[in-house]
Design a protein around this ligand. Structure first.
Ligand code: GDP
Length: 430
């Protein structure tokens, strides 16, 4: 079985933990989009790892990890991550393959990112300023530099000289020297070269040999460049189509799609978030859910579970089932709200409006459900969950439209319930 695991909300859904947990069922884990802004947090062997660029499967022996062509790569960030894992005794470099068609983030992309966010002023997008957006811009403008281009640095020199000169004109006081950029690229290739391959071909052969693949998404559906809350989105396709374009596989290579959603909602940065709680309850969720960016430390905006948004993710991605994470964060709340529809200019709208600009003026329509006093934290069997928590999950499944196969009740790998007879349990039975 080849399964895609992706975010069903605004990112940070806890995909890292779920991917890490499921990895043992696969032979290959492949990332298809995004850059080193992803920031999956994984706890393993009592240690905390924040993976930005490397697929979460990298912690497991015997797993081949792939960075697809849909990803943009900052070589320095990649090396730093590999070095950190090396120091922890994890030989990441022995498990890694990188697409020759992946685009590179170069020093001028980082500078351009900072500059353009500063110039947007009030209209800022809330990017992580790591050069990811400008690298994708160059890809679309057909002036990007791809990993495979590094095999011939001589013919690359002209393009780099041209790109650096153009950026120096845009960036005040920039004196970037294209020769230094070339030198850096050469050093990068010396280290990266052994990982670079034709990923599409590799995956096709691997599948023919019966090896199974997990396709790992970064960010989330509502941050997708096309299907997210544009313009407050990331620069790539976090949704299911990104698997095909970002790795060079056909749609029939994907046997199932698992969406990861928190039992409430969070968002980092700007843009609409209909169920946002700005007062005390928002702080309560942020503190008990530790909702601070894994990479940036930025406080996340928090709100009640938005079933309209997750139902939209079910539609856009064809989700078969959900992994519902962080249920324990709701422990002890007397009652919970679930958003079942929006009220937009006086009209009740049951589905995500096509015009996202309208979304900021929509209000959630809530259904109130009882909370639970006995903790869900650390519960490892579904039957052992408090009755109200089971009822909350059942209602979420009903209005979201897909069953929750996995329920996560804590940050540890073991604090997870794979429900018997569920869609995901069937996938992994073999
Ligand atoms: P990702 O980018 O989707 O992987 O999400 P993040 O790594 O940014 O956020 C997930 C955070 O929540 C990590 O610190 C996880 O260890 C933690 N986490 C994941 N599942 C649970 C859960 O069920 N309960 C609690 N309390 N924390 C969880």
């Amino acid at each position: 079985m080849n399964i895609a695991v992706l975010g069903a909300q605004w990112g940070d859904e806890g995909k890292g933990k779920i991917v890490d947990l499921l990895t043992r069922h696969f032979s290959i884990v492949a990332r298809y989009q995004g850059g080193h802004n992803a920031g999956h947090t994984v706890y393993a062997g009592g240690r905390k790892f924040v993976l930005r660029l490397l697929p979460s499967g990298i912690l497991h022996e015997g797993i081949t990890c792939i960075i697809g062509n849909g990803v943009v790569i900052d070589p320095q960030a990649l090396f730093a991550e590999i070095d950190e894992l090396d120091r922890a005794g994890i030989p990441a470099g022995d498990r890694l393959l990188i697409s020759d068609k992946a685009h590179l983030i170069l020093p001028y992309h980082r500078e351009l990112d900072l500059l353009s966010e500063a110039r947007r002023g009030e209209r800022k997008i809330g990017t992580t300023s790591r050069g990811i957006g400008p690298a994708y811009e160059d890809k679309i403008a057909r002036r990007g530099i791809r990993v495979g281009d590094l095999t011939n640095l001589d013919s690359l020199a002209e393009a780099v000289e041209h790109n650096v000169a153009a950026r120096n004109r845009l960036i005040p006081d920039s004196t970037m020297d294209w020769r230094q950029v070339i030198d850096e690229l050469k050093r990068s290739w010396d280290r990266m070269g052994r990982w670079v391959t034709d990923v599409s071909l590799f995956l096709s052969r691997a599948r023919a040999e019966g090896r199974s693949v997990m396709f790992e998404g970064a960010q989330g559906t509502l941050l997708d460049i096309d299907h997210g809350t544009y313009p407050y989105v990331t620069s790539s396709n976090a949704t299911i189509g990104g698997v095909c374009t970002g790795l060079g596989v056909g749609p029939r290579a994907i046997d199932g799609v698992l969406g990861v959603a928190k039992a409430y909602t969070t968002r980092v940065g700007e843009g609409p978030l209909p169920t946002e709680l700005t007062g005390e309850m928002g702080n309560r969720l942020r503190e008990s859910g530790q909702e601070f960016g894994a990479v940036t430390g930025r406080p996340r905006r928090c709100g009640w579970y938005d079933a309209v948004a997750v139902r939209y993710a079910v539609r856009v991605n064809g989700l078969d089932t959900l992994a519902l994470t962080k249920l324990d964060v709701l422990d002890g709340l007397p009652e919970l709200q679930v958003c079942t529809a929006y009220r937009c200019r006086g009209t009740v709208v049951p589905e995500m409006p096509g015009d996202f600009a309208q979304l900021s003026s929509c209000e959630p329509v809530y259904e109130t459900l009882p909370g639970w006093s006995r903790p869900a934290r650390g519960v490892r069997r579904f039957d052992d969950l408090p009755d109200e928590a089971k009822a909350y999950i059942a209602r979420i499944e009903e209005i979201t439209g897909v069953p929750a196969s996995i329920v996560s009740t804590g940050s540890d790998r073991e604090d997870t319930i794979l429900r018997e007879g569920s869609v995901a349990a069937e996938w992994f039975r073999r």
